[in-house]
Design a protein around this ligand. Structure first.
Ligand code: NDP
Ligand code: ZN
Length: 351
């Protein structure tokens, strides 16, 4: 089969590989829609996970099941399925401890385009489909369904990590597709005031549609100072980080009230240390918390997030700015993610 792969750090190309084999607890799917992720760009062009050779990229897809193993109960060939980016081993000790995304070791639930071939191929392999896949609900366009693989679950997880409560004021640092889903999640979760930190007008406009109340441009100076100024020096209750770099935690900490929590979902592609400011941490006594996480996978979560779409509570299709048809455009779409033209939020490819 053909797939679009990372050949080595900084190098990509189309390769031929053997079609994956289906074990008794596996499924083989073909993608009917797929999307590239900013994470693919960290992996390929920053070498953030280390080197990979001839590894097929991509972890966001809606698929059609072509084969299932003898022990699979809930899916059969022909079913259209939502495919999460993270596909844990649900019987691992880490999953039993509540950290399925780290099953088998840190980040171990992230298999596609990390430890095994991803979805930018004619076929891809899914472990434990009963635990990991979800049926594509009637009424969700497969292109929109790709946003359930990673953008919605990750954006929502940022809000969970920040432990946001009703009435909290929050800042969302970074309003690409992930941060925009954090804005939407904060709004439906009951945030009182939502500061959206970005720079591009298009993303600011969509943040407003999803419920942001205040807009901060990180090119206009220190974002911590800008938010402190807008809150009479008090700061916000919680901060979600979905953009920036290892230095972003300095303003994130400074802009937070004592007792606040930073929920980070940003994939830190470079830099050896995450910086926290001494004084902003109350000289180490400010009850400020940092929590960073990989999105949880799992069928139940996919079904619940999908229900937010079918019930009309959230419309993630606003994120789709570029559409292509044909597997060969996995490459076009990934290069767009790398170059990030000003009008881009999320490209989607249907097949
Ligand atoms: P984008 O690159 O599309 O968006 C990044 C956002 O951060 C943009 O709004 C950008 O602004 C803003 N930004 C850039 N630099 C700064 C800065 N110095 N200070 C403040 N804001 C800044 O990324 P995505 O939304 O696609 O993804 C966000 C992150 O989430 C990525 O690192 C991705 O790899 C990661 N991720 C993590 C997952 C997880 O499970 N934890 C899963 C999926 C993705 P501008 O528009 O001006 O460029
Ligand atoms: Zn991703």
């Amino acid at each position: 089969m053909r797939g679009f792969a990372m050949l080595g750090i900084g190098r990509t190309g189309w390769i031929e590989k053997e079609t994956p084999k289906c074990g008794p607890m596996d499924a083989i799917c073909r993608p009917i829609a797929l999307a590239p992720c900013t994470s693919d760009t960290h992996t390929v062009w920053e070498g953030a996970l280390g080197d990979r050779h001839n590894l097929i990229l991509g972890h966001e897809a809606v698929g059609e099941v072509v084969e299932v193993g003898s022990l699979v109960k809930s899916f059969k060939p022909g079913d259209k399925v939502l495919v999460p980016a993270i596909t844990p081993d649900w019987n691992s000790l880490e999953a039993q401890a509540g950290y399925s995304m780290h099953s088998g070791g840190m980040l171990g639930g992230w298999k596609f385009s990390n430890s095994k071939d991803g979805v930018f191929a004619e076929f891809f392999h899914v472990n434990d489909p009963d635990g990991n896949l979800a049926h594509l609900p009637e009424g969700i366009d497969p292109a929109v369904g790709t946003l359930l693989s990673d953008m919605m679950p990750t954006g929502f997880h940022g809000v969970e990590l920040a432990d946001m409560k009703f009435g909290d004021s929050v800042a969302v640092i970074g309003i690409g597709p992930v941060g925009l889903m954090s804005v939407a999640a904060a709004a439906i979760g009951g945030a009182s005031r939502i500061f959206a930190v970005g720079s591009r007008q298009r993303t600011m406009d969509i943040a407003k549609e999803y419920g942001a109340t205040d807009f901060i441009n990180y090119h206009d100076g220190d974002i911590g100072e800008q938010i402190l100024e807008k809150t009479a020096g008090k700061g916000v209750d919680k901060v979600i980080v979905a953009g920036g770099d290892v230095d972003s935690f300095v303003p994130a900490t400074n802009m937070m009230k004592p007792g606040g929590t930073i929920g980070n979902v940003n994939y830190l592609g470079s830099g050896d240390y995450i910086k926290l400011p001494r004084s902003g941490c109350g000289c180490g006594m400010g009850h400020k918390n940092f929590r960073g996480g990989l999105m949880p996978g799992g069928r139940l979560r996919m079904e619940k997030l999908a229900a937010l779409i079918t019930s009309g509570r959230i419309d993630p299709s606003k994120l789709i700015t570029h559409r292509y048809e044909g597997l060969e455009h996995a490459e076009t779409a990934l290069m767009l993610m790398k170059d990030k033209p000003a009008d881009l939020i999320k490209p989607v490819v249907t097949i």
